[in-house]
Design a binder for this molecule. Structure first.
Ligand code: ZN
Length: 279
C-alpha cells in the first residue's frame, strides 16, 4: 500500500497522503493510525564511503584523513571513554563541492539550502562507455539516450552518473588512472568526467539542482580548467564526488539526502549521502 507520495512543487517536496489510504479508513478509525512520517519503513542505501587512512584525496593534498586519539580506554573511575580529533581536507572521500569551489559568488557549504541537498534523483548509467575509455566525457547524447528510455530528467532533480569507476575505490592506481602520487600525478590523471557543454546544458536545459558521480571529480582527469565544475557552480549547483553504491540504485524513483558537515565559508565538505528507492 502506498502511504504517501512525493510531489515536487518548486523546490519543495510535500508529502501528501494519498486518497487511497484516506479511502481505506473506515468510520471511527483514528487518523493517528495513518503513518504520517514521510519515510515510513524506508530501505536506506548508503552512498558514502567511510573515512579512514585509505580515503582518497586529490593527489597534491599533503595530508589525508587523520583520526587522532585523544582518549581511548577505561578511565580511572571504571567507565569506558573514547574521543578523537579529525583532520581532513574538504575535498576527499565522499564529499560535496559547494558552488564557491569554482565560482567567486557561489554559495558556501553552510549557505546551501536543505532543499538543494534533498530530493528526487535520477541515476544515469554511462559505465559501458566510461569503462572502455578512461578519458570519456559524458555528453548530451548519452543523457538523451537515457531520457529516450526513462523520460526527461525531472525539473530540480539531482543527476547522478554511474560510471562504473566506483568499483575501483580506494585502489589509487585503478581509480585515478596513474600510479604516481603527489603533484606529479596530476598531469597523468585518467578518469572520465562530464563534458563542460553538457554540464551547462544540465544546468540550463534540465535545471538539475545537484550533480554527483562515482569518480574523483566532475571534470575528467585530463581537465586543466575544470570547466564542468565552473559551468555547474556558476549556476549554484553543488557536486557530489566519490559517491558509493550507485549500482544499487534504479534509474529513477530515487530520493536522496545529501548532508555535508556545515562548515561556515566552506568550499566543500565530507558528505553523508543516502538514498531510498521510492517506487
Ligand atoms: Zn571536490
Amino acid at each position: 500500500m502506498k502511504f504517501f507520495e512525493f510531489v515536487p512543487v518548486g523546490r519543495k517536496l510535500f508529502f501528501i497522503l494519498t486518497l487511497s489510504i484516506l479511502g481505506a479508513c473506515t468510520q471511527g478509525e483514528s487518523v493517528s493510525t495513518i503513518p504520517t512520517e514521510p519515510f515510513a519503513n524506508p530501505q536506506w542505501i548508503d552512498l558514502s564511503y567511510a573515512f579512514d587512512s585509505t580515503t582518497l584525496y586529490w593527489p597534491n593534498n599533503p595530508d589525508g584523513f587523520q583520526h587522532r586519539v585523544d582518549a581511548e580506554g577505561v578511565t580511572d573511575l571504571g567507565y569506558y571513554y573514547s574521543s578523537y580529533t579529525i583532520l581532513t581536507p574538504e575535498h576527499g572521500g565522499t564529499h560535496l563541492d559547494a558552488p564557491i569551489h569554482f565560482y567567486e559568488k557561489g554559495e558556501t557549504v553552510d549557505e546551501l539550502s536543505l532543499s538543494k541537498l534533498t530530493g528526487e534523483a535520477v541515476v544515469i548509467d554511462v559505465s559501458a562507455l566510461a569503462l572502455e575509455d578512461r578519458d570519456y566525457l559524458i555528453d548530451t547524447v548519452a543523457i538523451l539516450s537515457w531520457e529516450a528510455e526513462h523520460g526527461q530528467i525531472p525539473e530540480q532533480a539531482m543527476a547522478l552518473f554511474r560510471t562504473g569507476y566506483g568499483k575501483f575505490y580506494p585502489d589509487w592506481r585503478a581509480y585515478f588512472g596513474t600510479a604516481k602520487t603527489g603533484a606529479e600525478a596530476i598531469p597523468e590523471l585518467h578518469f572520465l568526467g562530464i563534458q563542460p557543454e553538457t554540464a551547462a546544458w544540465l544546468a540550463q536545459s534540465r535545471h538539475v539542482k545537484a550533480v554527483g558521480l562515482d569518480t574523483p571529480s566532475l571534470d575528467y582527469g585530463q581537465s586543466k580548467d575544470f570547466a564542468a565544475h565552473q559551468a555547474l557552480m556558476e549556476n549554484q549547483i553543488p557536486g557530489f564526488e566519490n559517491v558509493d553504491n550507485l549500482d544499487l540504485l534504479s534509474a529513477k524513483g530515487i530520493y536522496v539526502i545529501a548532508l555535508p558537515m556545515k562548515i561556515k565559508g566552506g568550499s566543500g565538505s565530507p558528505l553523508r549521502i543516502i538514498a531510498t528507492i521510492k517506487e
